[in-house]
Design a binder for this molecule. Structure first.
Ligand code: NAD
Ligand code: GLY
Length: 367
């Protein structure tokens, strides 16, 4: 059996002591048995995926896992953010218990961020924790959600409100899977890639600007670089602050506004990445009002987000509704909303902002 794919792949390490793991990035990884060679020994595997991804990739994954596991089963969840909930989580527990899964059973999350977050949470809970592997198949999942161990489901009152920090044993970013993504999902992933520039690496922002057309067109080498650099930045941040006691919050740039858009419109109306893209425009405006960046920077970031194919005008939910939704954000303390803002290009901080300034931002950014 050939293992050219894994040998040629790039690796980014995430350093978390005994919970460290590799993020492997390259083409042809899912179907290569060598990709899974270092996983803990176990007889059984459950591949959790969804009705869209299963017909595309489940057979290839099961073929490769069949060389290592005696029993490999597939569970297809319903597709979509609207299904990131208790009912879907329970389907995983039903399957695990129904198949007699034990403490060594390995869960494989094959899909985008929704499958990854729900499967990771199931792995954290089942028998108080079983090993799991992230097999992200969206750009957003490869550059963000599969890395760092945040797992969750949504609550009708707030996004990702019920979950756990629980690290995977391995992340395999098979770049070939990006070729079957709808274009809207490519744009959604680009939002999280762009995010890393203003918060951590202005040279990367310059590179994204120079290569945005290639990224939108799915140029393989541009995507490979963007995935690797994004994973490096995320791994470095998570390595310093796994449980978000401080620094990790910068990865939420644009998310306070973005989560309000997602839950305010109803989950699934706007894609998560679309809401984050627009949320970054709003957070950039707030950063400007707080003195961290100038208006030229806000315009530059807005133009890039628009070129990625993302919305830059926010839905008009009304200022009161935005404020009440944002008070539910996980970063809020005692009802005070805390925003991630740029304090200088390439660096972000978390801080509260006067309601009056937030209202100005909403007035400027809402359609
Ligand atoms: P998603 O999981 O809904 O996937 C997007 C769509 O693409 C779905 O319809 C999916 O079935 C389909 N799909 C997946 N792979 C495909 C492929 N290769 N070809 C064709 N179709 C494919 O959305 P997403 O953008 O991947 O993830 C968004 C979720 O991730 C949100 O719930 C968000 O909260 C979460 N998230 C979590 C973290 C974290 O740190 N845990 C970070 C960012 C986002
Ligand atoms: N996506 C934000 C985080 O992982 O912390």
């Amino acid at each position: 059996m050939s293992s050219v794919s894994i040998a040629a792949a790039e690796r980014v390490g995430i350093d978390l002591g005994e919970r460290s793991y590799p993020i492997v990035i390259g083409p042809g990884l899912l179907a290569d048995p060598a990709s899974y060679a270092d996983l803990p020994a176990s007889a059984t595997a459950l591949v959790v995926t969804n009705t869209t991804v299963a017909p595309l990739y489940a057979q290839a994954v099961c073929g490769a896992l069949g060389e290592r596991f005696r029993s490999v089963r597939v569970l297809e969840l319903p597709d979509g953010e609207a299904h990131k909930n208790w009912e879907t989580l329970n389907l995983i527990f039903d399957a695990l218990l129904g198949h007699g899964a034990d403490r060594k059973t390995v869960l494989f999350a094959l899909g985008g961020g929704v499958v990854g977050d729900v499967t990771g949470f199931a792995a954290a809970c089942y028998m108080r924790g079983v090993p799991f592997v992230q097999l992200p198949t969206t750009l957003l999942a490869q550059v963000d959600s599969s890395v760092g161990g945040k797992t969750a489901i949504n609550h009708p009152l707030g996004k990702n409100m019920v979950g756990a920090f629980y690290q995977p044993r391995l992340v395999l970013c098979d770049l070939d899977t990006l070729q079957t993504l709808p274009q809207r999902e490519i744009a959604a992933g680009l939002a999280e890639i762009i995010k890393y520039g203003p918060i951590a690496d202005m040279a990367f922002l310059d590179w994204i600007e120079a290569n945005i057309d290639a990224l939108v067109a799915r140029d393989a080498s541009a995507l490979a670089h963007a995935v690797r650099r994004s994973c490096e930045i995320k791994a470095a941040v998570v390595g310093q602050d796994e449980r978000e006691s401080g620094l990790r919050a910068i990865l939420n740039f644009g998310h306070t506004f973005g989560h309000a858009i997602e839950s305010g419109l109803g989950y699934g109306e706007w894609l998560h990445g679309e809401a984050v893209g627009c949320g970054m425009v709003m957070a950039a405006h707030l950063s400007e009002k707080l003195g961290g960046v100038d208006i030229a920077f806000v315009r530059r970031l807005t133009a890039l987000i628009e070129r990625a194919g993302l919305p830059v005008r926010a839905p008009d939910l009304g200022a009161e509704r935005y404020l009440s939704l944002m008070r539910l954000d996980k970063k809020s303390e005692a009802g005070e909303i805390r925003f991630v803002v740029i304090d200088t290009p390439g660096s972000a901080v978390m801080r509260p902002a006067p309601d009056a300034l937030v209202r100005q931002v909403l007035a400027e950014c809402c359609a």
